[in-house]
Every structure is written in structure tokens, then in C-alpha cells.
Ligand binder design. Sequence first.
Ligand code: AMP
Ligand code: MG
Length: 403
Amino acid sequence: MLGYEEALQRVLAHAAPLPPRVLPLAEALGLAAAEDIHALEPVPPFRNAAMDGFAVRVEDAARGRLPVGGTLAAGMAHVPPLAPGTAVRIMTGAPVPPEADAVVPLEEAVAEGGEVTFLRPPRPGAHIRLPGEDIPEGGRVVPAGAVIRPAEAGVLAAIGRPTIPVRPRPRVAVLTTGNELVDAGTRPGPGQIRDANIHSLCAQVQAAGGVPLPFPRVEDTREAVAAALAAALEAADVVLTNGGISVGDFDYIKAVLEAEGAEQVFWRVAQKPGAPLGLWVLRGRPVFGIPGNPVAAMLMFEAYVRPALRSLMGYPHLHRPERTGTMAALWKRSGDPRRTEFLRVIAERSPEGLRVRLAGPQGSGILSSLVRANAIALVPEGLTSLTPGDPVRLQMLDEPEDH
Ligand code: AMP
Ligand code: MG
């Protein structure tokens, strides 16, 4: 059976970055630039004062008292020439007269009766900002793939780019299936449970940067599954079906995908939980068949869908930060060892590193242990136990990606 690493590679091979969209800066925040952005003009565009003070010629300032000829404010379009042997009051951001070669800050000047003297002679170029000293003309300000943060938004505005081509957020249809399910706000009748996964999966989509499209719950019939799938493919870039992907009598997802002529990328992976996971491509869109057990659903999203969404968004880093922790308790595998096992764990930070213990019972219906977990531990196939002191591979859920 297909292993975790190979299945992940196949997922990513079907998650090429989405076509770029030109968005206003505010909407581009958090998204990856789709191309290199260069400055077509220098920033700042003209020589200007870096301080409130007096614009002077250095040689005049060294001579002592100077008459002050007027005031230059930021935003002035026309700057009169600086007469020899004079100073002019100038405010931060105002254009510096071409004849001046220094600005003396107010704090270093004594102005009295229309004249000014300086505490010390200025250096040539003092407190004058040069054109292009921030960003030279032609300079690359944002490389392709870089994520737009507030600083990039500011720089792009400064170079006159109120919009930028980025990889857009994928629209992700989420379809939960199961006749036993009722809404979270409904009291379940006999044999019914609440639909937890529509909420956890949509929240995961949103947290990963995508736009969740929660669909009305799908009945376990061939017709209902086919209709919902068709609607989802119309509306979304990616479709997540949940439940009905195993070998039960009322599991129709796979059968409907096959009947629709979907290309099967894989179905079933040697892993626990989430063995029945599948990926198909239909009408050019990836369709994930995610098992319905609440923990399996969330862990499969974490392991496969999240990296896929990040890849669609053109992010340079697709995966959670990985660390090696040390087991602090014994864990024994139950069942077939030829599987990757995903464990919900608490990785406690200590001076010796990350001390790892289970976050609770590991049954694939025990969702509460995911609430306590701050990491997923990956146990490779073949390993039958972890004993205290053993190293363990962790994907950290509570550390920010360094995009
Ligand atoms: P399935 O993958 O459809 O065979 O479902 C496996 C188990 O997960 C069953 O016990 C279902 O009742 C449960 N389950 C399926 N979908 C959901 C859901 N959306 N919310 C909560 N539990 C679910
Ligand atoms: Mg079901």
C-alpha cells in the first residue's frame, strides 16, 4: 500500500500555485507575490529634509550668524533658490534647495530676530535624504513568492503600486456526509450525532489561509453525493468530501467519483488514522476523500490538505515547523506496524528540549485529545514502540511558520 511520504508527494504534484490575481494591498496581506516587483521610480523621489531645522550651505554656516529667508514646508512644489550667505527654515519632508548641502536641526540652532547661529558647523550632507536612498530606481522590492506583510504593503504603496499580483486564497468546498448527522445547534435524536467535522474542517481551511465554502450536509445516497459534488466543483478550487470513503455499504464517494470519470491519484494510504484517504482529480480540480472519524478528518487535513492549500497559495514553506522531541513515556503500537502513525501529543518545552507525551487516548473518535495536543508525532512504519528517551519526529501546531 502507498506510504505517507509518497502520498504527500502525489498530493503536492496536484497542487500547483493558482493563477495570479491582482488585488488591492489590503486584500493581498498574507498572500504570496506572484512575480518579482521592481521600483520604477526612486524612493524618496527628491532630495528632502530629514529634520525640522535650517537649510544652509556648509561654508556659510561655518561663518556664524546668518539671516533667515523664509520657510519651506513639506508638500511645497516650488522651492526658491537659497541666496548666498543666508539660511532658510525647512520642515521635515520639504524639498531641499539645490544650493543647500546641509540641514541643521532646530535643536542645534539659536534663532533670534530674523537671524540664526549654529551650535556647531554641520557636516556636508547632514540630515538630507537623497533620491533613491531608500529604494533605488529599478530595485527589486518584493521577490516572487514573498508573503505580503505590513512592511511590503508600505513599500509597494511607496513605489506607486496600490495593487499587486498574488496567488489568491483557494476556495475550498467542504461536504460532510452521513445520515446520522445533525447540526451543532440541534438535539440529536436516537442514533444521531452532531456534525463536528463541518466546523473543524472549515476552521482548518480558514486557518490555513483558504476560503471555506461549507455545503449543506449530504445524504448517504448515490444521487445526493453526485449532485453535491457537481455543485462543489462549480463553486470551488478544491473539494473536500468527508466520510463515506471507506468500504461501508453506504460509502458512495469513491463510486460516484469513478462514475463521473475522475482520475484517481490514490486511494488508501498505509497510515493510522486515515487509511481510507483518497485523492481524485475531476474537471481539473483536486477532490479529497477524507475519512469521517473526527480525529482522522482533522489529522488528514493537517497532513495533506494544509500543505496542498499552501502550495496552491504559492507559499515557500508548506509544512509545520518540524522538531525532534524526546519521548517522556512509553508508547506501544497496536495493530499492523507497516503504517505511519500520527499521534496527538503534548510537547512540553524544557531546558533539555521537547519532552513528549500523549495528549490522551488515541482512538480516531477521541476529538478532545486534539484540543490538548500542541504537536503531531509521526511514527514511521516498522517501529513498534517508543520508550522514554527515544527521539520522535514532531510537527509543531503552536509555532508560527517563518513563511
Ligand atoms: P465514515 O467515514 O462516514 O464511515 O464515518 C466514520 C465515523 O465518523 C462514524 O462513526 C461517523 O458517524 C463519524 N462521522 C462521520 N462524519 C462525521 C461528522 N461530520 N461529524 C462527526 N462525526 C462524523
Ligand atoms: Mg458515513
